[in-house]
Design a protein around this ligand. Structure first.
Ligand code: GLY
Length: 327
């Protein structure tokens, strides 16, 4: 039990898409997510604010090369990496973000730095200026498998709608349509909520395309709830998903019902997306219209996750019923 009255809660995600194709792949994703949840939940118990934990957890997820954010981001159609990230402090109801920023290790750090500024959302040129102002070192977030993925698509003249969510050879993700983004929602000991989201984008997209991840459609929080989305940005924007779920909770709906209703509407319109959320009463929820959302959480008692995988016969295996330990 925590020192203050409110029990902290935490949920993070590493994208949504098709089922992971092997147990080994699922274990790699699981270990990465569980380790971050464990470290970040300890900070919440120490009294670190939701906004700080959301930013730091996003940074750790960006540093995981398997996820499509920060290092390991997908390449756009012209072979360049452009990343977007946002942070929303629910207590202040304050949104900040960067859109299509390049040559930086942790885009979420820029979003965090912008929280205190008057102009709080900066796009490509402005974000690059901010990098210089903050004296953030130049960094190349490219990993080989993402370059190979782009080269392969280039051979075929970019027929694929998007790149893979996970850049991990063992996971055999090539040609599997997946939608990458990372995200975090935290409830701190003060009862304050924050949400952070970061992405390399859809991958192979038109230059200048703007992701949902640095919009209130993809990342939103207030004093009642926080939501981070993943999936096809255009679908998330059309649903205005994160803000919609938060407003439903603000207007009195319980979070599980708000999530369910919003997912049902998305499904009816054949959207391809997922979301994680926490509400002020401590409820944790996730939802998806895609096959899977790669999420893990701490509910105050224990760490859990949403992971499963397909075995070689395409049978779906639920992690929770087969893994006795956390390894
Ligand atoms: N949800 C990430 C993107 O579509 O850019």
């Amino acid at each position: 039990m925590s020192i203050a009255g409110v029990q902290p809660k935490l949920i993070i995600h590493g994208g949504a898409g098709g089922h992971v194709k092997s147990k080994e792949g699922a274990i790699i994703v699981r270990q990465a997510l569980h380790s971050i949840v464990e470290q970040m939940y300890a900070l919440l118990l120490e009294g670190v604010s939701a906004a700080e934990v959301a930013a730091e957890a996003c940074q750790l997820l960006e540093d995981q090369t398997m996820f499509n954010a920060g290092t390991g981001s997908v390449l756009q159609s012209d072979g360049q990496i452009r990343m977007s990230a946002s942070l929303m402090d629910g207590a202040q109801q304050r949104f900040s973000g960067v859109i299509n920023v390049s040559r930086v290790k942790n885009p979420i750090q820029l979003a965090q730095a912008l929280q205190q500024q008057e102009d709080r959302v900066l796009s490509d040129y402005g974000a690059a200026e901010l990098l210089r102002e903050l004296k953030v070192p130049i960094y190349d977030p490219l990993v080989t498998i993402r370059l190979q993925e782009w080269m392969q698509e280039r051979e075929g003249n970019f027929q694929k709608a998007m790149a893979g969510v996970i850049a991990e050879e063992e996971l055999v993700i090539a040609h599997e349509p997946r939608k990458g983004t990372i995200g975090v929602v935290a409830l701190d000991r003060q009862g304050k909520i924050a949400a952070g989201t970061s992405t390399g984008g859809k991958g192979l997209e038109h230059i200048g395309r703007v992701s949902d991840s640095a919009m209130p459609a993809g990342n939103y929080a207030n004093e009642y709830a926080g939501v981070s989305c993943t999936g096809i940005g255009e679908d998330i924007i059309d649903e205005c998903l994160a803000a919609k779920i938060v407003i439903r909770v603000t207007d009195g709906l319980k979070l599980p019902e708000a999530m369910l209703r919003s997912m049902q509407e998305s499904k009816n319109r054949e959207r391809d997306l997922g979301a994680i959320a926490i509400s002020h009463d401590g409820a944790i929820a996730w939802g998806k219209t895609s096959e899977v959302i790669l999420a893990a959480y701490h509910d105050g008692e224990t760490i859990g996750d949403t992971l499963d995988w397909q075995d070689k016969d395409d049978k779906l295996i639920d992690f929770k019923t087969t893994m006795k330990d956390k390894g």
